[in-house]
Design a protein around this ligand. Structure first.
Ligand code: UGA
Length: 434
């Protein structure tokens, strides 16, 4: 929305939320999320044509277009528990829009949703007795955290799905016109509603599938002497495969991949396609296996016992350049270290507050420090979980001197120079290399 405000000075953008603390933070100098470049964009338009508030009903009344961006977490109860999307916030929002509206509106699904959610939205919205017509349009978001501003400024594509009748087509065009202020028309794709809704889940499933594919083969590389980074390069040169999303890792994280794939699995099961469901579910299973087997490798290297040993965990964010820790592989790593009675010492450049919240039930067993050199004091191992560039630039000789010996490094992101580290004296392990 900040980017729309920036690129469309003729539009008034109002962001409303039921959480007043968050809105206050968006109105302050300290934004509630860390995202490179976001603060500058927000500050350039806030108070001009971008506003944050909690007056939801009044904002609904005024709006011509409403982007619904509420959360759709995985259900933790009832039918579909652990897989299906919990759509209660979507439904509540549709009902709020219905209650407060006095004129026609275009309602845009921005949240990631299961295919055919628009049908339910329309049933609620068009059940009104006021004679108001609502058009529901799907406009999924494809930005990635850490690179959000660049992704929004220069998207590969913008996807807009709507009904193919006259009013549906007009609504799609209205949304397309907003993006056309800065996105070339040929990159604005329009489809029917269901294709748009399903494309979002499919895109994330394909991206995650590439990571699980390369990660599964990293295990074979470790057994055979092949090198996963060399393989990724070799296959990525094939223009049909392409080089992106082939970086072997300790596992993918983030709020989207696992949730969206499990939602896809649920949909396939719901529509009676168990084989398709099993295919996509295996991508999540391999991902968890990749993280768990990494911890087991560390355990084996430390003489099969890490009880009472300090293990430095480098990075808790699910990827670099974000403070987001949702579904971070580091979280699973720390839980497994605790199972072995180790003492995890976590360091991260942005994610320590969230790490503390995630681990609030075990705060007495885990240590946190902003200083990586502090984290490694007397540690038996370093387990690198997040690819912060700063980690690659540390003084590793100093780190070696501070650690217990033998000193082990497990590079779960393949960003460190293993040969250099071995020269210093480290025992070094990484993903997909013997
Ligand atoms: C992902 C998609 O990339 C976005 O297109 C999508 O809009 C977003 O989900 C969403 O649905 O909101 P995001 O989760 O922010 O974006 O981050 P990614 O860059 O996709 O990374 C996901 C995870 O995969 C991270 O843990 C990352 O470290 C890992 N990863 C990524 C790898 O392990 N290897 C790779 O080659 C690439």
């Amino acid at each position: 929305m900040a980017m729309i405000a920036k690129k469309c000075p003729q539009c008034q953008v109002k962001i409303v939320d039921i959480n007043a603390d968050r809105i206050n933070a968006w109105n302050s100098d300290c934004l509630p999320i860390y995202e490179p470049g976001l603060k500058e964009v927000v500050e350039s338009v806030r108070g001009k044509n971008l506003f944050f508030g909690t007056d939801i009903d009044a904002s609904i009344k005024e709006a011509d277009i409403i982007f619904v961006s509420v959360n759709t977490p995985t259900k933790t109860f009832g039918f579909g528990c652990g897989k299906a999307s919990d759509l209660q916030y979507i439904e509540k929002t549709a009902r709020s829009i219905l209650a407060a509206s006095e004129s026609h509106k275009i309602v845009v699904e921005k949240s990631t949703l299961p295919v055919r959610t628009a049908e339910s939205m329309e049933r609620i919205l068009n059940s009104n007795q006021k004679g108001i017509h609502f058009d529901v349009v799907s406009n999924p978001e494809f930005l990635a955290e850490g690179t959000a501003i660049a992704d929004l400024e220069n998207p590969d594509r913008v996807l807009i799905g709507g009904h193919t009748n006259e009013s549906g087509r007009a609504a799609v065009e209205e949304i397309a016109k907003i993006y056309a202020n800065w996105v070339p028309r040929e990159r604005i794709i329009t489809t029917n509603l269901w294709s748009s809704e399903l494309s979002k889940l499919t895109a994330n499933a394909f991206l995650a599938q590439r990571i699980s594919s390369i990660n599964s083969l990293s295990a074979l590389c470790e057994k055979t002497g092949a090198n996963i980074d060399e393989i990724a390069y070799a296959i990525g040169c094939d223009s049909r495969i392409g080089p992106k999303f082939l970086k072997a890792s300790i596992g993918f994280g983030g709020s989207c991949f696992k949730k969206d794939i499990l939602n896809l699995v649920y949909l396939c099961e719901h529509y009676g396609l168990p084989e398709v469901a099993a295919y996509w579910e295996s991508i999540v299973k391999i991902n968890e296996w990749q993280t768990t087997r990494s911890v087991k490798r560390v355990l084996r290297s430390l003489f099969n016992t890490i009880a009472g040993k300090r293990i430095a965990v480098f990075g808790f964010a699910f990827k670099a350049n974000t403070n987001d820790t949702r579904e971070s592989p580091a979280h699973l790593v720390v839980r497994e270290l605790l199972e072995e009675h180790a003492i995890p010492v976590i360091t991260d450049y942005k994610a320590l507050p969230d790490a503390k919240r995630n681990l609030s039930d075990v705060l007495d067993k885990v240590q946190f420090t902003e200083d990586p050199y502090e984290a490694v004091k007397d540690a038996h191992g370093v387990l690198l979980c997040t690819e912060w560039q700063q980690f690659a630039e540390l003084d590793w000789k100093r780190i070696y001197d501070l650690m217990s010996k033998p000193a082990l490094i497990f590079d779960g992101r393949n960003i460190l120079d293993g040969d250099e580290l071995k020269k210093i004296g480290f025992e070094f392990m990484s993903i997909g290399k013997a």
